[in-house]
Write a new protein. Structure first.
Length: 66
């Protein structure tokens, strides 16, 4: 009777460890998703700034031509 109870207890502990790890993975995935969203916003802002600078440079270059 000892071995079956020990096997059940170890199985339960194994599932508990897997559940804790699954929760930690889910939390890290949410955090990573937030960082990816922030990086995407920063890239969008940088591309808008680059586009604005390129149009200003093209305008200045067009004015300098004879």
């Amino acid at each position: 009777m000892l071995w079956p109870m020990l096997a059940i207890a170890l199985g339960f502990l194994g599932l508990a460890v897997l559940a804790v790890l699954a929760v930690r993975v889910a939390v890290e995935v949410r955090r990573l998703a937030g960082q990816v969203e922030l990086a995407g916003r920063r890239l969008t802002d940088a591309s808008v700034d680059l586009e604005r600078a390129a149009s200003d440079l093209a305008r200045a270059g067009g004015a300098a031509r004879p």
